[in-house]
Write a protein that binds this ligand. Structure first.
Ligand code: TRP
Length: 351
């Protein structure tokens, strides 16, 4: 069976380096591996509206930002179809049929949905559209018969829910849908990059993100004020590397070549960590190194992003073409689904 990728992001703002190490960097690697017959990257505006329905301008504006971030990191519209979810009504239609296969109780048990409901303080007033977004996500994935879904760890429950829907559909109707696999980063520090303040998650509302579009100065300032080890007061004090944001970021970003180039007195990250733990290594030095390591990766992204910013017509054209291509595939799957469900009334004799 040919391997197909579908993945995407909600357009609720610019993407940050947590998105990058959690999924974007991996997508580019997969795109360039040549192992995938088709790659679909979706800007999930309809899903973003499930908890931003009263702020459509935010979603609309973020489509441009996310598209620029995609191009910046090196997603290539020649190899991957980049498209906008809401412009493919087939996805909404699939959702309607899949809704019959999922109970409300099952949706309420979904751990990601559960924590989002708490965070957004919906309590007893959960919008039905929001509760059902995991079903819509199953439509996104199955419409393309995706085998592989590279996403962050928080999306695990969505993949489980999708697999359940696929099994149920195939059992009741006909084996039309494909059970997808999640693809997570093998680097543990990449699974959930903490905010620059050391808090568990990067989030715009906490102001603890480094964005892919940040300038060199902004990145430097954020690195300078980064949370380290509060008990490491004098340079000579022994320090902790666990829970130390600078080291978590180094785990996610530093390569041995970076040491050769910027910190040749150490072979690798293990040696740097050992010195920090022993004492005698100051925060200023490790932050300077982290800044250099980040710039190595972020500056080409920033430059590419800036180039594409100059050409909005190109972005619109890319999204149009990507959406057309995605629609073709989704329409084909929807036809098969309707046939399996015996609701393809006008494709032959109805009575
Ligand atoms: N839920 C994803 C996010 O929060 C976005 C998304 C929507 C998605 N549909 C998808 C991801 C399908 C992978 C596959 O960013």
């Amino acid at each position: 069976m040919e391997k197909i990728i579908l993945t995407g992001d909600r357009p609720t703002g610019k993407l940050h380096i947590g998105h990058y190490v959690g999924s974007l960097r991996e997508r580019v690697r997969l795109q360039n591996s040549g192992e995938y017959a088709k790659i679909f990257i979706m800007i999930a505006d309809a899903q973003a509206l499930t908890d931003n329905f009263d702020n459509p301008e935010k979603i609309r504006g973020s489509i441009r930002e996310v598209a620029l971030d995609y191009l910046g990191v090196g997603l290539d519209p020649k190899k991957a179809s980049i498209f906008i979810q809401s412009q493919i009504p087939e996805l909404t239609e699939l959702t309607m049929y899949y809704m019959n296969l999922v109970t409300v109780a099952r949706l309420q048990r979904n751990p990601t949905v559960k924590s989002e409901i708490q965070m957004r303080k919906f309590e007893a007033n959960i919008p039905a559209g929001f509760l059902c977004y995991p079903i819509s996500q199953a439509s996104d994935i199955t419409a393309f018969k995706a085998t592989t879904v590279p996403v962050g760890e928080d999306q695990k429950p969505m993949l489980e829910q999708t697999r359940e829907i696929v099994r149920k559909f195939n059992e009741i109707y006909a084996p039309v849908l494909v059970e997808p696999d999640i693809l997570l980063s093998s680097n543990k520090s990449c699974l959930r990059l903490p905010g620059t303040d050391g808090k568990a998650k990067m989030s715009k509302s906490l102001g603890n993100c480094i964005y892919l579009s940040d300038t060199e100065e902004e990145v430097a300032k954020k690195v300078k004020s980064m949370y380290t080890d509060p008990t490491h007061i004098k340079v000579s004090d022994p320090g902790n590397v666990e829970g130390n944001t600078v080291f978590t970021y180094l785990d996610a970003f530093a390569k041995d070549e970076d040491f050769k180039k910027y910190l040749p007195e150490y072979e690798n990250l293990d040696e740097l960590k050992a010195h920090y733990k022993r004492g005698g290594l100051g925060d200023v030095k490790i932050k300077k190194f982290l800044n250099a390591v980040l710039e190595e990766e972020l500056s080409p992204i920033r430059e590419r992003r800036k180039e594409y910013e100059k050409d909005p017509a190109f972005i619109v054209e890319m999204l149009k073409k990507g959406t057309e291509k995605a629609k073709e595939t989704a329409a084909k799957t929807l036809d098969e689904v309707k046939k399996a469900m015996r609701i393809d009334y006008f494709s032959g004799d109805l009575f």
